[in-house]
Design a protein. Structure first.
Length: 765
């Protein structure tokens, strides 16, 4: 994974490093519903995928894959041009969609109701908190009916008259309306938006396929006129040089890997752009950013265990980038400048939970690194930011986040950074989530962060690091109403198979009984890449909880919730099964303590979390689970890790192991890979989702999984469903309301299965 707070996030994520919110639709159940359910299923004919046996031999072991034909050999072009998908594959996916729609037809009214319910918790008129930058403050906003944001700015002096739902200040100027850009497009995603340092030009990136190939475009911030420059086949990240006339950006190759950093001069053709850096290792990601002072442009290369950083002078980007420290296997680091010193967050020298070191700008190598904040086992430093005279680090202790503010002096030439004092910003709830936005400007003393908990909506807070005063700039409003006192949040510590204590966060309505096993329960998990699952607020999740469903998040190994060792070495490669066993232990504990009962649990996960629920489904004892939701699930692990052409395969060998070169890694992955480990037995009801243009978890993984599941399950009337979005990628639909339709479909399935099995009464929903 990237260093803990890296803005360059790669991997099989659901978008940002967050789970898709869980919500459950509701519909009116007639008394004849259960009686007619099985006959309804019998009346529908599930698609039967043709079988074309393909023998694959590696390390003297042969396996047969009957459904590998679902992978279009022309997948790279399909990402860019979905219409070229091979006809027989499209026909099969269309049949699967039709079948899923027919099975879930009784939930149509429920889905519509839940869509309106979830939409009712979102403010139609809303905006982000303005961020100060020179003479202006920039922010995004939504007007009534908007699916996409409007980017705007106001004069710096008008910030105090801003409100998220109020009338805009007189200096308000709209500089980009993504809704207009999205008109007539089936899919549209606005990526990065960056104003030039002189505030004259806005650069923005757009993806119109869902395949995460972005075009970068430019417009005059004052007149709105579009500039002729267009940069194609880019990632979503880019940065301006200090002169406001040059752009540093990354190009994605045909295998969807960020491999090249280029410099563009406005007014010139893209094919004339000089190459700044090429990442030659297919196993490394590449991204660009800026230090907080904006003095340096950062070129960051990394896989999931090793990183390497180069610095480009933002005022002289034509100069060669300067290497901070050559990559050392197993060493992660990220950098910030602080006066004439560089601050480095790193695990170098056995600092498992990371430390902060400093080094002079003219002596960057690791031999010059000196501890500034020493390593402390059990206290994970998960991020760092700084301004002139302040260093703030985010830490995680006992699976809860905190912020530590240090007063410091920026180093003069030849002098070291010194911390004079520090303090912790305190929070009171049993479980909560923090997001550190940082300082708007390097001269600022005001830190912005967000706070929420499973019961408490998100607040955006400005914190004066000198006076320690907190100003709540914005509190998330639910137009349909919300009373935190109606809910209860619990933090449990669950013993796993080897005695490790796994944190589990539980949310329920206060009037839901958590002791007699009567409640159905959704158990969510992720557990990969060292990505922690925050105990945060979700509006759509309330649709489950308000109907008597308990919602639990298991903070399994593979994440870094309990320190970096929770991930490395205890939740990856040869210890990956800890992730699944932690999840099963969580489910068993919740049954044992009366939070729920056998047959009343839906397990849910997305992307790499889909691998978690797929493996759990194979390993859990019969009768424990009611249903399984795998959203864009990474389930064909062995085949994917053996296919070097796929975007994430070489970079992820440090995460899972390299089954091509390592026979033991091959055997281990094969033993848990959800697709390969399917066997003849009864299975719970399963819904998988996919995106045709998904470059992270390719569409054929869930398609193959469901085809094989339907073949091997011995309960032939069991439910095996696949829904593929034929016009989107990894994160599904892009609009803020449009995507709620997909959430409603998924959780219509969840509630449907709960009521089919009697886990919920026949409610008038």
């Amino acid at each position: 994974m990237p260093p803990p707070s890296s803005s360059v996030q790669h991997g099989r994520f659901m978008g940002a490093s967050s789970p898709l919110p869980l919500s459950v639709p509701g519909f009116k159940i007639f008394r004849s519903f259960r009686k007619s359910f099985m006959s309804t299923l019998r009346a529908e004919v599930a698609p039967v995928a043709k079988e074309e046996n393909k023998e694959i031999t590696m390390h003297g072991r042969t396996r047969v894959d009957s459904f590998q034909w679902l992978k279009d050999d022309n997948w790279q072009q399909v990402l860019r041009e979905p219409h070229v998908l091979r006809a027989d594959i499209r026909e099969h996916l269309d049949k699967e969609n039709t079948y899923t729609e027919s099975i879930l037809a009784p939930t149509k009214k429920l889905q519509a109701k839940l869509f309106q319910e979830m939409k009712g918790r979102i403010s139609e008129v809303d905006s982000s908190v303005p961020s100060l930058d020179g003479p202006y403050a920039y922010y995004s906003r939504y007007a009534t009916g908007n699916e996409h944001p409007i980017i705007a700015r106001i004069d710096r002096g008008d910030v105090d008259s801003w409100s998220p739902e109020g009338t805009a200040p007189s200096s308000y100027k709209e500089i980009l309306d993504a809704n207009k850009l999205a008109e007539g497009k089936e899919f549209f995603k606005l990526g990065g938006v960056e104003q030039s340092p002189d505030h004259k030009i806005i650069a923005y990136s757009v993806d119109v396929k869902g395949s995460e190939y972005f075009d970068i475009r430019f417009r005059d911030a004052q007149t709105g006129a579009q500039l002729p420059d267009v940069l194609v086949n880019c990632s979503s990240s880019f940065v301006w040089a200090a002169d406001s006339n040059q752009m540093i950006y990354t190009i994605i190759d045909d295998n969807h890997r960020e491999k090249f950093v280029y410099r563009h001069v406005l007014g010139t053709e893209q094919d004339k752009d000089p190459l700044i850096y090429e990442e030659e290792d297919d196993g490394f990601f590449l991204g660009v950013g800026k230090t907080e002072s904006e003095r340096y442009i950062v070129l960051a290369s990394n896989d999931h265990s090793t990183s390497e950083v180069r610095l480009l002078d933002a005022k002289n980007p034509q100069l060669p980038p300067v290497l901070v420290q050559k990559r050392i296997e197993g060493v992660l680091y990220e950098v910030s400048d602080h006066g004439d010193a560089l601050l480095i967050l790193t695990n170098h020298g056995g600092a498992t939970d990371f430390k902060i070191v400093q080094t002079p700008l003219d002596r960057l190598g690791v031999e010059n690194w000196k501890d500034l904040v020493a390593h402390k086992a059990g206290t994970l430093i998960s991020g760092m930011t700084n301004s002139n005279g302040l260093i703030v680090r985010s830490e995680k202790v006992n699976a809860l986040p905190r912020l530590v503010v240090s007063q410091s002096e920026c180093a003069a030439a030849g002098a070291a950074v010194a911390i004079s004092s520090e303090f912790v910003i305190e929070f009171e709830e049993e479980a909560y989530s923090l997001g550190m936005s940082g300082f708007d400007e390097f001269s600022s003393k005001t830190l912005r962060f967000s706070y929420s908990s499973p019961t408490t909506p998100t607040s955006e807070i400005d914190y004066d690091c000198t006076t320690r005063e907190r100003i709540v700039r914005k509190t998330q409003k639910l137009p349909s109403g919300h009373n935190p006192a109606d809910y209860v949040c619990r933090r449990l510590m669950v013993p796993s198979h080897d005695g490790a204590k796994v944190p589990v966060t539980v949310l329920a309505r206060r009037d839901t009984c958590l002791t007699d096993g009567s409640a159905p329960l959704v158990l969510y998990g992720y557990g990969s890449y060292g990505s922690s699952m925050p105990a945060s607020f979700s509006t759509s999740r309330l649709s489950l909880v308000d109907r008597g469903v308990v919602y639990a998040v298991s903070h399994v190994r593979g994440g870094a919730d309990c320190g970096y060792e929770w991930y490395d070495p205890n939740g990856k490669t040869v210890n990956k099964k800890n992730t699944f066993l932690d999840f099963i232990a969580s489910a068993e504990y919740l049954v044992d303590k009366g939070f729920t009962s056998d047959g009343k649990i839906c397990i849910s996960g997305g992307s790499a979390g889909g691998m978690l629920v797929g493996a759990t489904m194979n390993m859990a004892r019969q009768g424990l689970l009611c249903s399984v939701v795998g959203e864009v699930p990474f389930v064909d692990v062995l085949n994917t890790m053996c296919d070097v052409s796929l975007p994430l395969t070489p970079p992820e060998w440090p995460e899972w192991g390299n089954p091509i070169e390592d026979e033991e890694a091959y055997k281990y992955i094969e033993s848990y890979s959800p697709y390969d480990a399917l066997s003849e037995r009864k299975y719970p009801a399963v819904l998988a989702t996919a995106g045709l243009t998904d470059p992270r978890v390719t569409y054929w993984e869930p398609a193959k999984w469901i085809a094989k599941l339907r073949k091997v399950r011995t309960d032939k009337e069991g439910v095996s469903l696949l829904h593929t979005n034929m016009g989107a990628g990894h994160a599904g639909k892009s609009g803020r309301f449009d995507r709620l339709e997909e959430v409603a479909l998924v959780h219509g399935f969840v509630l449907y299965m709960f009521q089919k099995t009697g886990s919920l009464p026949e409610l008038d929903l």
